[in-house]
Design a protein around this ligand. Sequence first.
Ligand SMILES: Cc1ncc(COP(=O)(O)O)c(C=O)c1O
Length: 393
Amino acid sequence: MNFLQTPLQSRFNIATHQLDPPFAVIDLDAFDANAADLLRRGHGVPLRLASKSLRVRALQDRAVAAGFTGTLCFTLPEALWLAKFGSDDLVVAYPTVDRKALRELAHSSARERVTVMVDCTEHLDAIAAAGGGPVKVCIDVDAGWRIGLMTIGAKRSPLHDPVHVTNLASEIVSRTGLILDGVMSYEGQIAGVGDRPPGKPLMQLALPILQALSARELARRRAEIVAAVRAIAPLRFVNGGGTGSIERTAAEPAVTEVAAGSGLFGPTLFDTYRAFKPAPAAWFALPVVRKPSPKLATALGGGYPASGAAGRDRLPRPLLPPGLKLDSREGAGEVQTPLVGKAAAALKVGDRVWFRHAKAGELCERFDVVHLIAGNEIVDTVPTYRGEGQTFL
Ligand SMILES: Cc1ncc(COP(=O)(O)O)c(C=O)c1O
């Protein structure tokens, strides 16, 4: 296989020659460059780390050491777990109805470090039912763009207009046991959708326009909402955005911090943005275990599709050696992944193929550890959440 190797491939192969695939690696050179670029794009506005997009505590600590501030967690049990390691400023990005976790939060000192997300009175009731407190809450505001009956954006919070948000804010301040801590709105239609989708020329024309219009609508509405809520209660933070929208969200005066995570790993779904290009930092290697024919090579395992509406863009991509493709009928399989393309013929049993996942932290649900590569060597091997026995979702 040597004659086909790119510099990146030979660097990875040299670093990991003693390992037997399957295994996952993080290229620290790429990770650190991505961290610096994300922070540069924030222009001094703090970046809160979206932990779901890493799911490796050691790398979360590395991002914080690079300049990220606070964590946007994906479940309350995760936040409680991270709090035990000393993390503070943990905001849980999605509402919870986990009675046990709410009881633990309300009756422990974790409540000083953890903020939970709410968007309706049922969420407040669930917190009240846990007793104890006071518990810090953040209001999630719909960032979708409503055009007539249509909404462009994720189906998240029902709170869209300032009056919806101030009604809930007033309800929160009227209840004992709750502290209104922040407001969050995530514009997934901008931050999570690349504006240069390959092979879709019409979308390449339309998306930048739609995203600019949506961003303009949101900036106006977010400013109005934040001013109205601040008239009811002081806010510690106003969170918005994600990897794909950092510069735009950070430029809004009403926003005090931007969330980001995926840009650190640079998965394939983040290859399609005009404004920035993360370096691919997260990879996994699979061994070639058979040759169904001289032109094909089949790798072991590999069926790690990403979440979201199913489609080819959710599948992992075989990228090293260059010139490989997934088989259109089998895709990435549970126990084996046949590879086609001009490089497949040169692959021999025992060779390894390097893949990238479509999304960021989900890769870490497949491996107990990730090997950290710097230059030509593995400098550390650290557990993923899964490797620490933690599967939050
Ligand atoms: C609430 C929230 N904020 C921010 C993000 C952005 O995270 P990332 O930068 O990893 O895309 C997400 C991703 O889904 C999210 O749900």
